[in-house]
Design a protein around this ligand. Structure first.
Ligand SMILES: [Zn+2]
Length: 426
């Protein structure tokens, strides 16, 4: 397979199969079905592949390696956990994706894989590449499939470069159970590319916010609201005060967002409520912001204004941001340096009539949403996200993939991975 003769028809037909398997995170049977599809596809591509069950529910994680590379070994024992020198790591490149979607079972029946026309907003001016609609097209069934095509190309042409592919199945609910495995894989790799959908103008993602989730439980004292309100202590009134105070903690200048997304409390009109709860998420780029938020939470907790109430603050989840480290900055420089060669390839494809849309040099943006890149961040290796084909409207019924971005990303990575590995003519 050459860069130019990417088998687009085959790719789209396999993508149709993948998209038409419901694989919402909570649809475990669907996730296993999708996992088997990807594993078989990896095997057909000449990779060594397996499904590794993980977590309490035996979720499927698909693992694949190029010939000659060992399948990953997980270090469940903390004492066994290692962070080996870069030269001793079995994988040059870790390609990361997820096979789950946000859509429940039955979605495929209602709106299966469907081809549609391109729109000028797709950055596709003049391109007949078209769109693919369907649940999980851009987030991220196309990216997961493209990882396999890239690995096959590398195995066929550069067998000495070792790749490991991983697809987990709980990314859309925060990768709570796959996170330790991701870290373990990151520690066995020199570099990671996450194949979430590419951004506008084919930009890659180099930073993501972190996210902490809190539950606040205010306990008060119940009493009859008509005959003895003075005996009660309203948890709802106290929570109201917390909500306005917490909302003031957002700071868009520092890229910190605060959202109280759920509240509940009380039992009846005539009862002073003895319980009120709120759920809040805080997204941040700078860890100091979390210190600031937690200080404010403590201040509120230590100084109740409604006498007789007290508060519990529970941190439900804490995800570190994906931040730029020197290793990632160095990788970005190389990705930019490779751009002229990439654009030459695109020009050649345009000359052959395979692509007519525009292409851009490698560029990077930061994103507000989380991904498995956040889980890999503690490894300290260079990580670039948004490496998959692009499209729009993820997590919505209008989700689509821009077909030409499949060709562009394939061209980019099948050129860049050899180039950065020293095959400069790549
Ligand atoms: Zn995703």
């Amino acid at each position: 397979m050459k860069h130019f003769d990417f088998p687009l028809d085959q790719f789209l037909s396999e993508l149709e199969t993948a998209v038409n398997i419901d694989s919402g995170t909570s649809d475990l049977e669907g996730c296993w079905k999708a996992a088997r599809f990807y594993m078989e596809r990896m095997t057909a591509a000449g990779l060594q592949a397996e499904i590794y069950p993980y977590g309490e529910e035996n979720r499927p994680m698909v693992l694949g390696v190029t010939p000659g590379a060992p399948l990953p070994r997980f270090h469940t024992d903390a004492a066994e956990k290692t962070n080996p020198a870069m030269d001793c790591r079995p994988y040059d490149f870790l390609l990361v994706g997820h096979l789950d979607t946000v859509f429940p079972a039955g979605t495929v029946l209602a709106r299966p894989f469907r081809l549609g026309e391109s729109s000028p907003e797709d950055n596709l001016a003049g391109n007949g590449g078209g769109r693919v609609y369907g649940p999980g097209t851009v987030d991220m069934k196309a990216g997961a499939l493209l990882m396999i095509y890239i690995a096959q190309y590398m195995a066929d042409n550069y067998p000495e470069i070792k790749l490991c592919l991983v697809l987990d199945s709980d990314e859309e609910t925060g990768s709570m159970e796959s996170a330790p495995y991701m870290v373990d894989l990151g520690n066995q790799s020199r570099c990671a590319f996450v194949f979430e959908g590419g951004r506008k103008k084919d930009q890659f993602v180099n930073q993501r916010k972190g996210c902490n989730k809190y539950e606040i439980r205010i306990h008060g004292v119940a009493s009859h609201a008509g005959t003895a309100p003075w005996d009660g202590a309203s948890a709802i009134v106290e929570l109201g005060r917390w909500i306005t105070a917490l909302d003031k903690l957002k700071n868009y200048g520092r890229r910190t967002t605060v959202n109280i997304g759920l509240i509940s409390g009380g039992t009846a009109f005539n009862v002073v409520p003895d319980l009120a709860t709120a759920k809040m998420e805080v997204r941040f780029t700078d860890e100091k912001e979390i210190v600031r938020v937690e200080r404010a939470l403590r201040r509120l907790q230590e100084n109740p204004k409604v006498e007789g109430t007290h508060a519990e603050v529970i941190c439900l989840a804490s995800t570190a941001p994906l931040r730029l480290n020197p290793a990632t900055e160095n990788l970005m420089i190389q990705m930019k340096e490779y751009s002229p060669q990439y654009l030459d390839k695109i020009q050649a494809m345009q000359d052959l009539g395979l692509l007519t849309g525009p292409a851009w040099p490698a560029d990077f943006v930061s994103a507000g949403g989380l991904s498995d890149a956040n889980r890999l961040a503690p490894c300290g290796i260079p990580i670039i996200d948004g490496c998959g084909p692009g499209g729009g409207n993820p997590h919505s019924p209008d989700e689509f993939l821009s077909v030409d971005t499949v060709l562009k990303r394939f061209a980019y990575f099948t050129g860049f991975l050899p180039w950065i590995s020293g095959y400069r003519a790549g």
